[in-house]
Design a protein around this ligand. Structure first.
Ligand code: HAM
Length: 425
C-alpha cells in the first residue's frame, strides 16, 4: 500500500529543526513582553465573511487563496489567512475597544492556497503585533522599533531593509486611483494579463507587478505621495522623523501599497535579499478604519504588523548557528538492580532541572553508550551491579575520552552540575 503524504505546501517541522523555531519563538515572546504587548489566542477558523469584509473581496487572498468550506450547518467558514481580522473581531466581540487601548500579539499558523515555493507555503506561521487606540505616528514607530529589536536579538546579518510608504486617507486613495488609472489606460495594450484585470478591479495592486515591461511603464506613473492629504503628510513626516531619531535606516518605496484593503496612512515592509523571491519577512501598517468597518460604533485607530516565521527561521538558521536540543545526562544501566535504581537518579536530576534521557529496554554497555553519544548528552551516568552495591555512580564526560569518575551517589546532583558548567558548550 502506498503511504499518505502531507498536503502540498504544508510542512512538518522535524525535531532537528524545532530547536531554532523554539529559539525564535522565545525571542519573540520576550520582545513583545518588553514592549508591553499582551498575548491574544484566536481561533484558526472564522466565518468567511470576516475576511471578505476586512481584507477585501477583490484581493488575491480572498478571491483566490482562502481555504473555504461549508461546515455541517452549511455555513461558509475559512481557515484564517492572517490574524488582523480575527484580532479586530475578538476585540469587538469582547468589548476591548470601549474607551480602552490595547497592545496585542499572537503567534500561529495561517493558511493561503498560494503556489508553493521557497519561503511561500500553504500553511505558514505568523507572529503579529496589533496596537489599538493610538492614532499617532509614535505607535507606528514603536512597532518598527519592536521589529528592529527582534532582528538584533536574533543577530540577523544583514538587518533586513525597511521600506515605508503612506497610503493617506480614503480620499487620497480615490484621487490616486483615478490618476493611476488615467495614466495606465494610455499603456493598456502593453500591460500583462494580470495587470489588465487589476486595472478594472484593484488598480493600486498593479504597482506590485513583477513583470519587467509593466515595471518599465510604472517608472513614470503618478506617486501616491503627491496625492496625500495634509494630515497624512504630517503623520508620515513625523513617522520618518521618529525613525531617524531611533537611528533606524529606511527607504521610501512609492510602489508599496500592500495586498490587503484595510490599510490607510503608514505601510511598511522589512525585506531581505537572502531569501530569493519571497523577501518580505515582516509587513504591516495602519488600519484606522477597520474596527468601524467591521461593526464598531466608533473609529478606533490601529496599527500592526505580522512577521513570517518560516522566513525568519530560515534566516536565523542560515546564519550558521546550531540549535542543539540534546540532553544533559544520559543514563546507562546494566542489570535489573541498576535499572531499578536508575529511575531514582533520573527523576532526582530532573527535579533539579536537568534534561535526562534513559536507555529503555535491555542492551549491552557498548550499545547503550552508542545511544548516549547520539543523544548529544554532555555527561553519561553509568550504573552497574558494583555501583548499586557500593551506593556510587560513575559519570563519564562524553567526547572527553579520559574523564570518567566514580562518586558517592549522594554527590550526584552537585557533581553533575559542576561537570555540565565545565563541559557544556
Ligand atoms: P502579509 O503581508 O499578508 O500581511 O503577511 C505578513 C508576512 O507573513 C509576510 O511578510 C511574510 O513574511 C509572511 N507570509 C505571508 N504569506 C506567506 C506564505 N504563503 N508563506 C510564508 N510566509 C508568508 C498580513 O498578513 C497582515 N495581517 C499584517 C498586518 C498586521 N498588518 C497590520 N497588522
Amino acid at each position: 500500500m502506498s503511504t499518505v503524504q502531507a498536503v502540498r505546501g504544508m510542512n512538518d517541522i522535524l525535531p532537528q529543526a524545532s530547536g531554532v523555531w523554539q529559539h525564535v519563538e522565545h525571542v519573540l515572546r520576550v520582545t513583545f513582553d518588553r514592549y508591553a504587548y499582551r498575548e491574544i489566542r484566536l481561533p484558526l477558523i472564522e466565518k468567511t465573511e470576516l475576511f471578505a469584509r476586512s481584507i477585501g473581496e477583490v484581493t488575491d487572498i480572498v478571491a483566490k487563496e482562502m481555504y473555504t468550506f461549508a461546515d455541517r450547518n452549511g455555513e461558509s467558514l475559512s481557515l484564517r489567512p492572517e490574524g488582523t481580522a480575527s484580532c479586530v473581531r475578538a476585540g469587538l466581540e469582547h468589548g476591548l475597544f470601549h474607551n480602552q487601548t490595547h497592545r496585542l500579539w499572537y503567534l500561529g499558523p495561517m493558511f493561503r492556497h498560494e503556489r508553493p515555493q521557497r519561503g511561500r507555503y500553504r500553511q505558514f506561521y505568523q507572529a503579529g503585533a496589533e496596537a489599538f487606540g493610538w492614532p499617532g505616528p509614535d505607535t507606528d514607530a514603536e512597532l518598527i522599533a519592536l521589529s528592529a529589536r527582534i532582528w538584533r536579538e536574533l543577530d540577523l546579518q544583514p538587518i533586513p531593509n525597511l521600506e515605508i510608504n503612506s497610503l493617506g486617507d480614503s480620499d487620497t486613495r480615490q484621487r490616486f486611483r483615478q490618476k493611476l488609472v488615467d495614466y495606465l489606460r494610455r499603456y493598456e495594450g502593453d500591460l500583462d494579463h494580470d495587470s489588465k484585470h487589476r486595472l478594472q478591479v484593484n488598480p493600486l495592486r498593479i504597482l506590485d507587478s513583477k513583470n519587467p515591461d509593466t515595471q518599465k511603464i510604472l517608472t513614470a506613473a503618478p506617486k501616491i505621495r503627491d496625492c496625500l492629504d495634509r494630515e497624512s503628510r504630517t503623520h508620515f513626516d513625523q513617522f520618518c522623523g521618529l525613525l531617524t531619531l531611533l537611528n533606524i535606516p529606511f527607504t521610501v518605496n512609492d510602489r508599496l501599497v500592500r495586498g490587503l484593503d484595510y490599510y490607510n496612512r503608514t505601510v511598511f515592509e522589512w525585506v531581505t535579499t537572502k531569501l530569493g523571491a519571497q523577501g518580505a519577512v515582516c509587513a504591516g501598517g495602519r488600519y484606522d478604519g477597520l474596527v468601524q468597518h467591521l461593526g464598531g460604533k466608533k473609529q478606533v485607530p490601529a496599527a500592526g504588523f505580522a512577521l513570517g516565521l518560516d522566513r525568519l527561521v530560515e534566516l536565523v538558521g542560515s546564519e550558521g548557528a546550531t540549535w542543539a536540543n540534546g540532553v544533559d545526562v544520559y543514563i546507562v544501566a546494566l542489570g535489573e538492580a541498576a535499572r531499578a535504581k536508575s529511575w531514582d537518579y533520573a527523576e532526582t536530576l530532573r527535579d533539579h532541572g536537568y534534561r535526562v534521557e534513559s536507555f529503555c529496554g535491555e542492551g549491552a554497555m557498548k550499545n547503550q553508550l552508542k545511544r548516549a553519544d547520539k543523544s548529544g548528552a554532555v555527561v553519561s551516568l553509568l550504573l552497574g551491579e558494583d555501583e548499586v552495591c557500593a551506593n556510587t555512580v560513575t559519570l563519564k564526560v562524553m567526547r572527553q575520552r579520559d574523564i570518567q569518575i566514580t562518586i558517592d551517589a549522594e554527590d550526584l546532583v552537585d557533581k553533575v552540575g559542576i561537570l555540565l558548567s565545565e563541559y557544556r558548550v
